[in-house]
Design a protein around this ligand. Sequence first.
Ligand code: KIV
Length: 262
Amino acid sequence: MQQRITLTSLYKMKEKGEKIVEITAYDYPFAKITDESGVHVILVGDSLGMVVQGESSTLPVTMDEMIYHTRIVSKAVKHAMVIGDMPFMSYQADISAAIANAGRFLKEAGASAVKLEGGASVSRLIKAITEASIPVQAHIGLTPQSVHQMGGYKVQRDEERLLADALEVEAAGAFSVVLEGIPPDIAQKITNALKIPTIGIGAGPHCDGQVLVIHDLLGLRDGHVAKFVKKYADIRTQAADAVKAYVSEVQSGDFPAKEHCY
Ligand code: KIV
């Protein structure tokens, strides 16, 4: 049987130059598929808001919704590390609320770590949460919870600031850091400068690992997808074709056939 992925496994992978594979999941069936397919980390992302709940940003997602989805994902996962994503305003306003909310992901939802967005500005929160024995994955660069402050979902290119943010979150105790929407050469410099693994999304090939939103890589979303996404399947078209065939067969009387009857 495969061992459970721990922080130590991820540190060793960075040391050996083995790529870390992270993916999002929000429910039991996809969590089971991703875990059984060999990913190392399953993130219950607050991208939930956009890919499952039909919101136009991640901002409306609540703590209770994140706990519900993280709990059902955790039930399915035997091998990967499960990380719960702290939603907007569950950590920014108050340090003790941040610790309590992070704790809920471990206590009520079966996660073994949390993720939160921000660099130097949240390093005191990362320190407080890790001191409460809750591992934290940081997330810098394009941070979707700051969409209004960034003026949209924009690639981040301020090398000095990005490097400073990365070093600060590492010093605060983060066990890894997501680099989102960063040019590959900057992501490479950050990856070389840090002891902890970097996980890229729209940050090029030099990161210690990659993360993608499962709905993007399976082709489950309609509308615009980001340049960094590779669609490994077109499940949306397949699902629509299957449902159309069902509609047509019910209407024609071809379904149910003899073999579907008792
Ligand atoms: O919410 C999310 O899914 C994320 C990943 C894209 C890193 O933050």
